[in-house]
Design a protein around this ligand. Structure first.
Ligand SMILES: CSCCC(=O)C(=O)COP(=O)(O)O
Ligand SMILES: [Zn+2]
Length: 212
């Protein structure tokens, strides 16, 4: 199997798994995988497609400017610039972006704080952090309709070959050294978001706020 086909298959399998979790509502979400470093080229999902479907037009190869390498009728994801920033600033091999109800609600609840932190959760080990009582945090940035402006702000929070950023009332972007790591981190973040929302709602049931 050629290197290109291997990368296509890898990304396609991740896409299928995220689709099976129903994380691609209303054509939202996008994915990419690096194919080469020099020149920088990566496969990115085609814009506006139903990412739950598997087709030969799911991805296209783009260059260091986010433009299609070969002439094609397909449009790279509208958010290709964010994936590009990840590959320009790190040695990441894969970047995943999904809109879920949980990540949107968390981003709105904690958006004014600019981040959300989690401590003492076993799943934090999925981030490769094994110490006792470890804490993780994820920045929450504002959403910009202008993608270059969004990519600019997003870029300020790219630190390391694996990481994640929440975009307020939009979604999460997670990157990792490879597709396995990116997916593992994405699942761990979504677990933590879901946990937090469930905890808040149960707490509210047990100790309802008395308004005076
Ligand atoms: C319908 S979601 C709006 C665009 C978006 O945020 C997204 O993730 C999907 O855009 P793409 O161009 O990658 O399909
Ligand atoms: Zn999006």
């Amino acid at each position: 199997m050629s290197h290109f086909l291997k990368k296509w298959t890898e990304l396609s399998e991740v896409k299928e798994e995220l689709a099976s979790r129903d994380w691609f509502f209303g054509t939202s979400g996008n994915l990419s995988i690096k194919v080469s470093n020099t020149p920088l080229q990566f496969l990115v999902s085609s814009s506006g497609k139903d990412k739950r479907k598997i087709t030969s037009e799911d991805f296209l190869l783009v260059d260091e400017l986010g433009n299609a390498v070969e002439s094609t009728g397909l449009k790279p994801s509208a958010e290709t610039l964010l994936h590009l920033e990840v590959y320009r600033k790190t040695n990441a091999g894969c970047s995943l972006h999904v809109h879920t109800v949980d990540n949107n609600v968390i981003s709105e609840l904690y958006g004014d704080y600019g981040e959300i932190r989690f401590r003492g959760q076993e799943i934090i080990k999925a981030f490769g952090i094994w110490e006792e009582d470890a804490e993780v945090s994820i920045p929450i940035i504002r959403n910009h309709a202008d993608i270059p402006a969004l990519a600019d702000e997003f870029s300020q929070y790219i630190d390391g070959d694996a990481g994640a950023v929440l975009i307020r009332n939009h979604g999460i972007t997670v990157w990792g050294r490879n597709a396995f790591e990116a997916k593992k981190h994405l699942e761990a973040w979504e677990f933590l978001f879901s946990y937090q929302l469930k905890l808040l709602s149960v707490k509210n049931l047990v100790q309802p706020k008395i308004s005076i």
